[in-house]
Design a protein around this ligand. Structure first.
Ligand SMILES: NC(=O)c1ccc[n+]([C@@H]2O[C@H](COP(=O)([O-])OP(=O)(O)OC[C@H]3O[C@@H](n4cnc5c(N)ncnc54)[C@H](O)[C@@H]3O)[C@@H](O)[C@H]2O)c1
Length: 249
């Protein structure tokens, strides 16, 4: 059980496959959830939660743009909505192997995943620090350990893991933990956007030989966002059916 009751969650990428599951778990646990996305989907996720009698609101925001993130922070705090939990799942990926990667695709992928994560931590960590309590949970991927086709994505996720460790050190003495979830293949969302062959390849390298249900991954965020995870910081939790361990799989 999570103790989300007193929490205000901000979930970026909340309109996506994983974000949607996390918003539902957080709201069901009693938290108020701010569903943040660049697309229309944020509103439909928030509406669905509200229709179930849960507490949620939608916010349209491009997390790669600092002025939009700052405006989001100002809008929320201006209404007395002060997040205790910030979860960063947003990102758009343009992948290609080294020989074909373009500077534009590389910059776009880094901007949405890594700069977006940076912007959110930059905007929301100061109030957490001041309050002496906060939980930030970022998102990497098992692909951060190396992938045959994903130069830009791997760079972005590697950066997020490094930023997580560094922010954790900076905020540790202020009651704010910073951790990261690194999923393997998850049903829905980005995994299913990949070519079938790539999906099969990933499954063949996953000891559990299956993808995760989004709720299995959302549960990892919920743990790291909970009050009970008070002595865990700077960590990346690989939730990938064993794909991050072993060699010659
Ligand atoms: N699905 C998987 O198999 C898998 C595996 C490992 C890691 N991940 C990571 O989990 C996270 C969520 O993945 P998903 O499968 O739900 O993907 P998804 O594509 O379904 O969701 C991503 C969401 O981010 C939003 N977004 C994109 N750019 C944005 C921006 N600039 N500002 C705000 N929102 C933006 C999109 O609109 C989308 O709703 C991502 O960070 C992804 O890299 C997913």
């Amino acid at each position: 059980m999570n103790d989300a009751g007193a929490d205000v969650y901000v979930v970026t990428g909340g309109g996506g496959g994983l974000g949607r599951a996390l918003c539902a778990q957080a709201a069901s646990g009693g938290a108020h959830v701010v569903v943040v996305d660049i697309g229309e989907s944020a509103a439909s996720v928030a509406d669905d939660l509200i229709a179930c009698g849960l507490s949620a609101e939608a916010a349209s925001c491009d997390v790669s743009r600092r002025e939009e993130v700052e405006a989001l922070r100002a809008r929320l705090t201006g209404r007395g909505v002060v997040p205790t939990v910030v979860t960063n799942l947003a990102g758009a990926t343009r992948n290609a192997p080294l020989a074909q990667v373009t500077e534009q695709d590389f910059d776009h992928t880094l901007a949405t995943h890594a700069r977006g994560t940076l912007n959110m931590m930059w905007a929301f960590a100061p109030a957490m620090k001041e309050r002496g309590y906060g939980r930030i949970v970022n998102t990497s991927s098992v692909a951060a350990r190396g992938s045959p086709t994903g130069m830009s994505y791997v760079a972005a996720k590697g950066a997020i893991e490094a930023m997580t460790r560094t922010a954790a050190i900076e905020l540790a003495r202020h009651g704010v933990t910073v951790n990261c979830v690194a999923p393997g293949g998850v049903d829905g969302g980005m995994f299913r956007m990949q070519p079938e062959k790539a999906q099969e390849h990933m499954l063949s390298r996953t000891p559990m030989r299956r993808v995760a249900d989004p709720n299995e991954i959302a549960a990892c965020y919920m743990f790291l966002a909970s009050r009970g995870a008070s002595f865990v910081t700077g960590q990346t939790l690989y939730a990938c059916g064993g794909a991050s361990v072993g060699a010659f799989l």
